[in-house]
Design a binder for this molecule. Structure first.
Ligand SMILES: Cc1ncc(COP(=O)(O)O)c(C=O)c1O
Length: 364
């Protein structure tokens, strides 16, 4: 994203050039057919995760809630779906050179495991200040880790250098990539197969790969399902969608959100995810504060017996919020009640000390 903006400036920074740079590069868009193909491709590489319920959460939210337990997915997050699809989509002649990503988080671990599954090399570029536990979560899946300066530019440049050094390895972006988006969309296929009665799906959002993929698949399978984004407070996706402006300015694009949900701090959606979200995602966006996240982490651990990372509790937090009650009441008044809702419990790679602290602090 940042690179795209730099290129625009070098070209002179006219508004036309900026608009062209903001458009996704010409490459296949994500269709339901590509999500379906992804589901078949990755079937042997991922778990079909269970759907969990809680009487207490149903009572508190006023709806039947179904939690898609992607924190129990291989490598601890839904990222295994997109990474597996990206790795398995590539023909052998290209895949043999291996894969590269710059991500200290869930995408890095997932790509490592997916490449290991295909028996090809993988290098993950991580900032030098990455905690040892996160580095271990990558190396245990057989990937090499290369440290770089903790800047976006250094991450991108180091990844490109590594890919070249490996003889032409394929760089897999964390969200704004057709194969990754299609892989994440397979969550919706599983959900709607199992729960055809769903009225809405609540999807945590950062760069928007999961949101875009789920929205494409849900729209095709059941057009009446509302796909509702759940964001950390301050992201402003609802306003961005209402105004049709993906990135307000460069400073906004480079900022990270100050949320305890460390996996979802990206402010702007990727250009491709943005286009898909605008076409298929509900205009209502639910925003969640850190206080609500702490309370939800506590409910998740103590009531649902599920240890999730903060991002993994954000959809639960949204369901327990007054904003949800208002949205549900509005839907009821409009004659399209939300009775059955799915929420993606997207990740479980929590730091044990932090999780204990957040749960202890989380009342409400
Ligand atoms: C646990 C978890 N949840 C949600 C997200 C958001 O995914 P996306 O960037 O596709 O919006 C991420 C992204 O890294 C994540 O790791």
């Amino acid at each position: 994203m940042e690179l795209r903006i730099d290129l625009t400036r070098r070209r002179g920074g006219t508004s036309a050039a900026r608009a062209a740079a903001a458009r996704p590069p010409a490459s296949p868009m994500v269709s339901y057919a590509s999500v379906l193909a992804a589901a078949q491709r990755i079937r042997g590489s991922i778990y079909r995760t269970p759907v969990l319920t809680s009487e207490l959460v149903d009572l508190a939210s006023g709806v039947q809630c179904h939690f898609k337990a992607e924190h129990l997915q291989r490598t601890g997050s839904f990222k295994m779906r997109g990474a597996s699809n990206a790795v398995l989509s590539l023909p052998s002649a290209q895949a043999k050179h291996g894969f590269v990503a710059h991500s200290a988080g869930n995408h890095g671990a997932a790509l490592a495991a997916a490449a290991q599954g295909r028996g090809v090399p993988c290098t993950i570029v991580v900032p030098s200040d990455t905690p040892a536990a996160k580095v271990q979560n990558i190396t245990r899946h057989g990937a090499a880790v290369v440290l770089c300066e903790p800047t976006q530019q250094a991450r991108v440049q180091t990844a490109e250098a590594e890919a070249a050094r490996m003889g032409g390895a394929h760089i897999v972006p964390p969200y704004d990539d057709p194969a990754v988006i299609a892989g994440q969309g397979t969550i919706a296929i599983e959900l709607l197969e199992e729960l055809p009665q769903l009225d809405a799906i609540l999807v945590p959002v950062s760069g928007g790969g999961m949101l875009a993929g789920i929205a494409v698949a849900a729209r095709a399978l059941k057009p009446s399902v509302r796909v509702i984004a759940v964001e950390p407070e301050g992201k402003g996706l609802g306003r961005a969608m209402a105004e049709g402006v993906r990135v307000r300015d460069e400073a906004q694009a480079n900022r990270l959100l100050p949320t305890i949900a460390d996996a979802i701090r990206t402010v702007a959606l990727g250009p491709r995810c943005w286009e898909l979200a605008r076409a298929h995602v509900d205009p209502s966006v639910l925003s969640v504060s850190d206080e609500m996240l702490r309370a939800a982490l506590r409910v998740s651990l103590l009531e649902m017996k599920q240890a999730v990372e903060p991002a993994g509790a954000i959809a639960l937090a949204a369901l327990l919020s007054p904003a949800w009650s208002r949205l549900a009441a509005q839907a009821e008044a409009q004659g399209a009640p939300l009775r059955s809702v799915a929420a993606i419990s997207c990740g479980g790679n929590a730091d044990i000390g932090q999780l204990a602290r957040y749960c202890a602090e989380g009342h409400g």
